[in-house]
Design a protein around this ligand. Structure first.
Ligand SMILES: Cc1cc2nc3c(=O)[nH]c(=O)nc-3n(C[C@H](O)[C@H](O)[C@H](O)COP(=O)(O)OP(=O)(O)OC[C@H]3O[C@@H](n4cnc5c(N)ncnc54)[C@H](O)[C@@H]3O)c2cc1C
Length: 507
């Protein structure tokens, strides 16, 4: 199969690139080995950065975040909550940090305003009464799964071929150019051969492995970060600690939950994502200093991701991005680093370079063109309002004829799962969960897993038992860290899975 451009990796960066190029009329394909967001794009904090976090330590990244934040709020409102954010300092924090922070905001174009403690408490009543200085910024919360899927949908509409569960396994070189790329499609077992003019390596933390297939090197630091999900929204704003970036600094309200994060340690491989008990304790301790009610909340999940950082990685590494070429494979371009918040900008820069090389003149459209048409007018039923919040303009494609509930924690209708199962992307139960949120809530799929499996079997889904086991194991990640009351709940959960559902002993 001939393509002008093959993109390897279906995280935010790859999905952004395939959309940008397809909108410019370039014939392109994207292959992703897992589901979209299998890597860091699904294992992150979900913070739409205002740039505030980087104004003192990494101003170029702060500027990129500030500009992209404004663009995404305009073009992708269906997957963003414009919560705004607060940076707060507590007793013990360096009181002299707030002034360079405010100066940095001004210098980097990050809108910021200092509030009095009284104003801050009235804006965010759960805030610690000990908060000393408080600066309001334009942080937000973003749903990466919805964002990436919308890029994929838009790219397909513009003519791109996009496939998940399709792993690139080999590259064949001739005369210092990649001439063929082979991939294994998990659905059909088929080996695909693509003959591309240009190959984009957007494989995140796997970028060095993908580059190695072409005999090239990409220097990258792998950095693991952990997050906790607590049930319920414990804050209305994103709440950040006003100090140099360190562990346990940020709480992000997201859908029905609050996400606490993050940590930073060197990762041994892109799969080295597991959080430790220490991470969990640290995150609860540090974030509850800002929002004391967090001490008494139920942690429903712990998860992690690996940051693909240029150079040696670590907290000190810049969060900007680089485009890397290598004369050993003249038509391979690797893109590394960056943030979820800046994925669109990364895609624009890559696409500009690709279009130059191809001699294509079309300019970037993603800065202004909405990511999918706006949702229909407000109004209609409660169910429709909920669907609009989750799917934007696609809400009306969910049939409301059958309003039976599939997942009561996240209020997901069976019809939503049926819509996803009728599409081209869902191979496993986890794929349905990422698109509908079924199984992401309080009980982490305990209640809906079997019904979901039944729907998959009705839709002719493959390997239903393997898919169910994968789903439950994935949902269990982090539960093993539970202690006290949470451990009691975990024992009950295991009893239901093993004793009632008969799913047997699992590690
Ligand atoms: C702990 C943590 C917290 C973060 N928090 C935030 C935040 O709050 N806000 C923010 O803006 N950014 C955040 N980030 C950064 C952000 O998540 C990443 O910069 C971004 O998601 C990277 O996207 P990507 O597409 O480049 O990489 P990835 O999402 O990792 O995508 C790479 C993809 O390539 C695929 N792939 C690899 N090899 C192959 C192959 N051989 N064939 C086919 N496919 C392949 C992988 O399966 C993967 O899906 C965070 C990151 C981490 C780890």
């Amino acid at each position: 199969m001939r393509k002008d451009v093959l993109i390897i990796g279906g995280g935010a960066t790859g999905a952004g690139i395939v959309r940008d190029l397809a909108l410019r009329g370039v014939e392109c394909a994207l292959l992703e080995m897992g589901d979209y967001c299998h890597g860091a794009s699904g294992g992150n904090h979900g913070l739409l950065h205002s740039g505030g976090r980087y104004v003192v330590t990494d101003p170029p990244s702060a500027m990129e975040c500030a500009k992209e934040n404004a663009i995404l709020r305009r073009t992708a409102p269906f997957c963003i909550e414009g919560t705004d954010g607060l940076f707060v300092s507590l007793p013990g924090d360096d009181p002299s940090f707030a002034d360079p922070f405010l100066k940095g905001c001004k210098g980097s174009g990050v809108p910021a305003e200092e509030l009095t403690a009284k104003e801050a408490l009235s804006a965010e009543p759960g805030l610690s009464a000990e908060a000393l200085r408080c600066i309001a910024v334009q942080d937000g919360s973003i749903d990466p799964f919805a964002l990436v899927q919308a890029n994929v949908d838009s790219a397909r509409e513009a003519g791109a071929m996009v496939r998940n569960h399709c792993r690139v396994t080999d590259m064949v070189l001739e005369g210092g150019m990649v001439v063929r790329v082979k991939a294994l499609d998990r659905r059909s077992g088929e080996i695909l051969t693509i003959v591309p003019e240009i190959v984009i390596n957007a494989a995140g933390a796997w970028a060095p492995q993908v580059a190695a297939m072409a005999g090239c090197e990409v220097a990258m630091g792998l950095d693991q970060g952990s997050m906790l999900v607590v049930d319920g929204r414990l804050c209305g704003h994103v709440v950040n600690r006003l100090r140099p970036p360190s562990d346990g600094d940020i709480t992000v309200p997201n859908h029905t939950a609050t996400v606490l994060g993050t940590t930073s340690r060197p990762a041994a491989s892109p799969e080295d994502v597991a959080p430790s008990r220490n991470d969990m304790e640290l995150l609860l301790r540090e974030t509850s200093a800002m929002l004391p009610a967090l001490r008494h909340c139920r942690v429903v999940r712990a998860y992690g991701g690996v940051r693909p950082l240029p150079g040696r990685g670590g907290r000190g590494a810049s969060r900007t991005f680089s485009l890397i070429t290598d004369e050993r494979a003249g038509n391979l371009l690797s893109v590394v680093g960056g943030k979820l918040t800046t994925y669109r900008l990364m895609a624009e820069r890559v696409s500009d370079q690709v279009c130059n090389a191809l001699g294509a003149r079309a300019g970037c459209r993603t800065r202004t063109e909405p990511l999918g048409p706006p949702a229909d007018e407000a109004g209609g039923s409660v169910a429709l309002a909920r669907l609009r919040r989750k799917y934007g303009f696609k809400a009306t494609t969910v049939s409301l004829a059958d309003q039976r509930m599939l997942c009561s924690c996240e209020q997901v209708l069976r019809a939503e799962a049926q819509m996803v199962l009728a599409g081209p992307d869902a191979l496993t139960l986890s794929d349905v969960m990422r698109r509908t949120r079924a199984g992401m809530g309080y009980c982490q799929g305990l209640d809906c897993a079997l019904s979901l499996q039944e729907l998959m079997m009705e839709a002719g889904g493959t390997e239903p038992l393997a898919s169910l086991t994968e789903f439950l194991e994935e949902r269990e990640r982090g539960q093993a860290l539970a202690s006290g009351d949470q451990l009691r709940q975990e024992v009950l959960r295991r009893h239901v899975l093993q004793g009632v559902y008969g799913l047997g002993e699992r590690e």
